[in-house]
Design a protein around this ligand. Structure first.
Ligand code: ATP
Ligand code: MG
Length: 616
């Protein structure tokens, strides 16, 4: 796998929301071409839809399908969704939206052991937050695969009766040994030639709980010598005494995923069943099963077709649910929604917007070969989205006090303060005809907080900020001239000293009368508010934390979270949870959705810096 070369960002109209920008730049891909061809040729034009999933007879009695195509997003409810799932959601729901179709939200809950309703709710929430829904044509398209257990059983009996399936009583070990490998054809099971009647009786005994877990399986009878090992009589039903969250103890046999999934697609009249590349070798079985059940009259034609695309691999990120769970249970992060997690709840809490994730999905596109997408691509999409939306504000993250020693002389009293105003959004962010948001108002006084790094008593070459004798502007306020500093016994700077130059305030006629070498950010002691700022960085310091069997715990970035107490201007202190800002010079920040309480101590998360500076 190679480091990805990400497609260049399309040039945006400065005030165009990223979501629209994504819409304008829909790049064609192999899936779009397939769909367009199917629509042109009317591949699916004859389909009927009964309003609910069902077999051939059910749909035959329905109306011509109002949906031009049907796609589906079929997660197993066994964990929280992550950024890889987001790609699949945007793809499936996006294609349905773009081609007059419907995307089904389906829980692939055929495995009784792993599912949980906590995950069901979080998955629905994530899909809706990303901007998609399953209501269409006046109907809900939220389905669960376990509702199809009855049909799946019937389909299995049909295969048995038609001589396409048999009950195998070999041990798992024996079956594995008899399967052969790439260079060696498999060996027929001694049970392979049993009669249909005998197989049916045995299969019913399996269903009726007459046999132990694992003592026998139902296998499709295809070809033990097939070069595709998935066609060497794959298991399609197993005995497993487990209580299912939907069907309880009704069943003690459960279908295998490879058998269940095509049937789910067919009952729901899916046209384009889009999955990740690792299922490519399963496609011949998918088609085989469709053909057998359609010729048997159980499923409606034309059948769904499976297409595979490359899953998302993102540098500095792991997307295995199992490994993400380990981070949570080993307390390496604060939970599934820790802002460093690549889960959708984590990205949301970090400050990512649905639009930025949609833009990301659009920009990375879909391909048929695996590659790595650079993490900075995701950050870039967020910056692009927030550039014209996030109100600006000043915050001082590493504060030291600056005292304007001539303040009383200049303005009559030490406690004199004056309002400064600055736009909430720069001019370039305001679209034509759009009313700009109200200006921010904050006070300037004798004492202000500045960044500790903005003062150097002995400045290095090229340093333009505060040093004795240098003239800078307090951004949006007055021009000042630095005079020196006071230090404590250890030499640490206690306060910086400067003189204010009256008549130079920003936005007044004298603003340009004195030339400043730089403009520095600040927050006045009079109106600044203390805030907790969580400086998040990448969770891993290795771009491929779990590649090649590496221990990803070793790759954790020890500096992925630094918490500081900052001062922020009043407009930031008034933030509502989830509101995003650009802290001037620092990047994008969001009021934490969990810990930030409007009116209490503000809590901000750093989403991302202003430009990609990581590792530089
Ligand atoms: P895991 O192996 O971590 O449990 P999964 O792929 O089994 O993940 P599912 O819940 O089965 O998770 O996935 C639902 C859908 O999301 C599937 O269609 C799957 O192809 C897709 N998907 C999962 N991970 C990615 C990824 N990294 N990139 C793109 N699509 C993905
Ligand atoms: Mg899965």
């Amino acid at each position: 796998m190679s480091q990805n070369t990400t497609p260049k960002a399309p040039k945006n109209n400065p005030a165009t929301p990223a979501s629209e920008a994504a819409g304008e730049h829909k790049v064609s891909n192999f899936l779009r071409q397939i769909i367009e061809k199917d629509l042109e040729q009317g591949t699916y034009a004859s389909r009927r839809w009964a309003g609910t999933p069902g077999d051939a007879a059910h749909h035959a009695a329905g109306q011509p399908d109002p949906a031009k195509i049907r796609t589906r997003f079929p997660p197993e409810p066994n964990g929280y969704l992550h950024v890889g799932h987001a790609k699949s959601i945007c793809l499936n729901f996006g294609l349905a939206r773009d081609y007059g179709g419907v995307c089904h939200m389906r829980f692939d809950d055929t495995n009784p052991e792993k599912e949980d309703t906590e995950y069901v709710n979080s998955i629905l929430d994530a899909v809706q937050w990303l901007g998609f829904g399953w209501e269409a044509n006046g109907q809900s398209h939220l389905f669960q695969a376990s509702d199809y257990f009855g049909f799946m059983y019937r389909a299995a009996e049909h295969l048995v009766q038609a001589g396409h399936a048999y009950v195998d009583e070999q041990t798992a070990e024996q079956m594995r040994a008899a399967r052969g490998d790439f260079g060696k054809p498999g060996v027929d099971s001694p049970y392979r030639s049993r009669s249909a009647e005998e197989n049916l009786a045995r299969f019913r005994e399996m269903r009726d709980g007459k046999h132990e877990d694992g003592s026998m399986v139902l296998r499709a009878k295809i070809d033990m010598a097939s070069p595709n090992i998935n066609l060497r009589d794959p298991a399609i039903y197993r005995i497993r005494r487990a209580t299912h969250h939907n069907t309880g103890d009704t069943w003690c046999i459960y279908p295998m995923y490879t058998f269940a999934h095509p049937i789910e697609d067919a009952l729901e009249q899916i046209t384009h069943s889009i999955c990740t590349l690792e299922f490519e070798d399963q496609r011949p079985f998918y088609d085989w099963l469709m053909e057998r059940l359609t010729e048997g009259g159980l499923l409606a034609a034309p059948n769904p077709k499976q297409y595979e695309f490359a899953r998302l691999n993102l540098t500095y990120v792991i997307t295995s649910k199992r490994k993400l769970a380990q981070l949570v249970y080993d307390h390496k992060v604060s939970g599934w929604d820790d802002p460093r997690m690549p889960t959708i709840v984590g990205l949301r809490r970090r400050g990512y917007t649905p639009e930025s994730i949609q833009l990301f999905a659009e920009r990375i596109g879909v391909t048929k070969s695996d590659s790595w997408i650079d993490y900075s691509t995701l950050e870039g999409c967020l910056r692009e989205d927030l550039e014209n939306k996030a109100h600006r504000g000043m915050a001082v993250l590493d504060p030291v006090k600056l005292v304007l020693t001539n303040w009383a002389e200049a303005f009559g009293a030490d406690d004199y303060t004056e309002d400064c105003t600055q736009p909430a959004l720069p001019h370039s962010a305001i679209a034509e005809g759009q009313t700009p948001p109200p200006d921010r108002v904050f006070k300037i006084g004798k004492e202000v907080w500045i960044e500790r790094e903005d003062f150097e008593e002995a400045p290095p070459k090229g340093y333009k900020r505060l040093f004795p004798g240098n003239v800078v502007r307090l951004k949006g306020g007055y021009v000042i001239e630095c005079t020196g500093c006071a230090r404590d016994a250890t030499g640490t700077v206690l306060e910086v000293h400067a003189k204010v130059i009256p008549g130079t305030k920003s936005g007044t006629p004298g603003a340009d009368s004195v030339k400043a070498k730089a403009a520095i950010t600040w927050v006045s002691v009079a109106s600044g508010v203390s805030a907790e700022v969580r400086l998040y960085d990448r969770l891993f310091s290795d771009p491929n934390p779990d590649a090649g069997g590496k221990d990803f715990i070793e790759a954790l970035n020890p500096n992925s979270l630094k918490v500081v107490t900052a001062y922020v201007e009043p407009s930031l202190a008034a933030a509502k949870p989830d509101e995003k800002f650009q802290f001037e010079r620092f990047g994008y920040f969001v009021a934490d959705r969990v810990d930030h309480v409007a009116g209490g101590m503000p809590v901000f998360n750093r989403v991302t810096g202003l430009k990609d500076s990581w590792g530089k």
